[in-house]
Design a protein around this ligand. Structure first.
Ligand SMILES: Cc1ncc(COP(=O)(O)O)c(C=O)c1O
Length: 357
């Protein structure tokens, strides 16, 4: 019954997350989760949250967590914002900075939540094409024509943009916000967090969901000039004063403090990523050079011969039937490709066995 829906709700095309199928024999390589558990210190911190802490509202400004993040990244407390996952921060940022009546510039192949937020807030889009090799050229953005957002590394390609190229764009693009979505930056891209004090229009979002194994906790962070952070706080405090609960604040602090565990799991993922890339290439797949915790691979064999399904879709379905979940989009320039999240080395060996079966 849609009788009570407003026209806005009727017109929405919501984001569709990857399938969350679970079970003993399921290998889940479809939502870019971390295959390793969070640090034991995080689990201890969660266990130590007292009933008294839960009885009360959490610190609405998450000061201790933001202080830990500020110290870790070498910025000030006033440069840090935290939210209930980086998706929430993006939603707040779109409202705070992109509803200025100018079209938002973002790549044609990118994180599919951006058009959803544009739709939600009636923001026009200016779509910027990736190059033929799927890389993202900063020169395609028109400085000062409208705000800009892109992930670095991009999703689902996994390709990273060098810091110098972003810096060059920032020198010209001074009149609107540039939001760099660094959800996967800890797996190989060069972060631009260190530039937030140089450019008052640079906002950088990151997440605890990927490199820090805390997708289930919902914890995101943004870095930017004090005035951008204050803008986010104004929107947050007009929507939900307590987006980061007490458990998530404790978990986030413990995760930041256990740097060696974090670095060790990152290097295990990178090792499995390199192994999987090599294995797929040796089987004729084209694999883009990933700086993320997933790879983007073109499935060999011509597509749509005599109206057949693309080979990538066939393989996607075959893997799914065998309990190996990967991501597939039947869209122009994507329909021959699979996005495969990096699991444990055993997950990736099983993936290869299924491909070979
Ligand atoms: C590019 C990109 N940005 C942001 C997010 C959101 O992450 P989260 O809301 O878990 O912090 C994702 C999640 O997959 C992503 O791929």
């Amino acid at each position: 019954m849609t009788k009570f829906w407003t026209d806005t709700v009727k017109g929405l095309t919501p984001y569709v997350p990857g399938e969350q199928r679970s079970g003993d024999n399921i290998i889940k390589l479809n939502t870019n989760e971390n295959p390793y558990p969070p640090s034991p210190e995080v689990m201890r911190a969660i266990g130590n949250v007292s009933s008294d802490v839960l009885r009360r509202y959490p610190d609405p400004e998450s000061v201790e967590l933001r202080e830990a993040l500020a110290a870790y990244h070498g910025v000030a407390l006033e440069n840090v914002f935290v939210g209930n996952g980086s998706d929430e921060i993006l939603a707040l940022a779109f409202l705070a900075f992109f509803t200025d009546g100018k079209a938002l510039q973002y790549p044609d192949i990118t994180y599919s939540f951006y058009p959803v937020y544009c739709d939600l807030y009636s923001i026009e889009s200016q779509i910027v094409s990736l190059e033929a090799d799927y890389s993202l050229s900063m020169e395609r953005f028109v400085p000062n024509a409208g705000s800009i957002i892109f992930p670095n590394p991009n999703a689902p390609t996994g390709l990273a943009t060098p810091r110098d190229s972003i810096d060059t764009l920032l020198k010209k693009h001074t009149e609107q916000v540039l939001l760099v979505d660094e959800a996967y930056a800890d797996l190989g891209a060069q972060s631009v967090v260190s530039l937030v004090n140089e450019y008052p229009n640079l906002l950088v979002s990151q997440t605890f969901s990927k490199g820090r194994s805390l997708a289930g906790m919902r914890l995101g962070v943004a870095f930017g000039d004090k005035s951008l952070i204050e803008g986010l706080q104004r929107v947050k405090n007009s929507f939900n004063s307590y987006p980061v609960d007490a458990v998530a604040q404790a978990a986030g602090i413990a995760s930041i403090e256990d740097d060696s565990y974090y670095k060790q799991t990152l290097s295990q993922i990178i090792e499995s990523r390199d192994w999987t890339t090599e294995q797929l290439r040796s089987r004729g797949f084209e694999v883009l050079a990933s700086s993320a915790n997933f790879i983007f691979a073109r499935v060999p064999r011509p597509t749509k011969v005599d109206g057949c399904e693309p080979a990538a879709h066939e393989l996607f379905q075959r893997l799914s039937a065998a309990g190996v979940l990967v991501r597939y989009w039947k869209k122009p320039r994507l329909e021959d490709w699979l996005r495969i999240s990096i699991g444990t080395s055993s997950d990736m060996s099983k993936l290869m066995d299924c491909i070979d079966a």
